[in-house]
Design a binder for this molecule. Sequence first.
Ligand code: PLP
Length: 380
Amino acid sequence: MSTSLLPFFPPNMFEEERLAILDVVREVGLDSRQKFILGERVEQLEQRVRQATGAPYVIACASGTGGLALAVQSLGIGSGDEVIVPAFCCQPVASTVINAGAKPVFVDIDEETLVMDPDEVEASISPATRAVMPAHVFSVMADMPAIGEIANAQGLRVIEDAAVAQGASLRGRPAGMWGDAGVFSFFQVKALGAIGEGGVVLTEDSEVADSCRMLRNHGQTDSQRGVHHAIGQNNRMDEILAAFQLRRYDGLDRRLARRAEIAAYYTECFESLREYSLVPPPAGHDGRCYYVYSVLTDAREELRLHLSECGIGTHVYYPLPLPAQPGFRAHAGARSFPRAAAAGRRNLALPIYPHLSDAEVERIADTVVRFFESRQRLAS
Ligand SMILES: *Cc1c(COP(=O)(O)O)cnc(C)c1O
């Protein structure tokens, strides 16, 4: 059996794209128009995302965080407003709300799927609530139908943080298309990772789209430069990145399918470990995205050490819930978030990148299974 190192973040993730990187630099560098930001390649990328998702409007921007910031501002959220966000998540769900002058209201998550609990959302609505910002987490899409129903009934806007879920869908509806605005991230490790920072906002609302387009470029419209209709942002995408994304888009479905295959194999192997209280993510394909494959276990630290001794890298996401983070404590109030805290203590992500070989996937799964079986033998 091979004992080569399998790092969690593989250094060769973009091996296939090295020549494409040089190509797009050459292409944009030699283009006689010398337009490096918001040019025709950015427009083509927006078009490509529209085709892939059916979104009538797509606005390219500087990052996933930038996309959330555009979504928040374009919905008119500001001082005195509250936005309901998950306590267990990437920090931009809270920072973009605070940076707009509004208040994030944290809610706890489902203990197995790790996404925002719709009952908690309903219980956290106040007269100041303007929006809810569910995020898809690791391999599971948030319960968008339930959250959408609550939002509809209460007149709230929905911002869908689909940073990790590009290419996924739930009940036939693509991720990114469930809210008033949805966001994908092109950060290197996401589904359509780039060679730099980037993201997109998706929307069906032409007013939100116009507003995002204007706000991303200092409050100017495309047709009227020099007039600032609002206090905007510098939240633009550059041409080299867009050119690279256009090339990498072709392999997206293939890479996502490989990730899904690896996840299905892991989950099948790990179902038997439930009796040792290891919880794999839910099986199936609907509403799944396979950005990260995380198991939950009280023996997280021992498992992590064992895998590391066997040359297998792992990663712990969000060890501290957002409301417990030093930067957010002042915005958190007195509530506690026991399920978010437990997820922070119990989650362990295994390698799932598409260029893992079958033998490597089997080795990772075997190592996890044998860890729990031998621990059980020692205990009995
Ligand atoms: C990565 C991520 C973001 C932010 O995207 P960036 O492009 O890194 O700014 C937002 N939300 C979630 C859930 C993410 O995983």
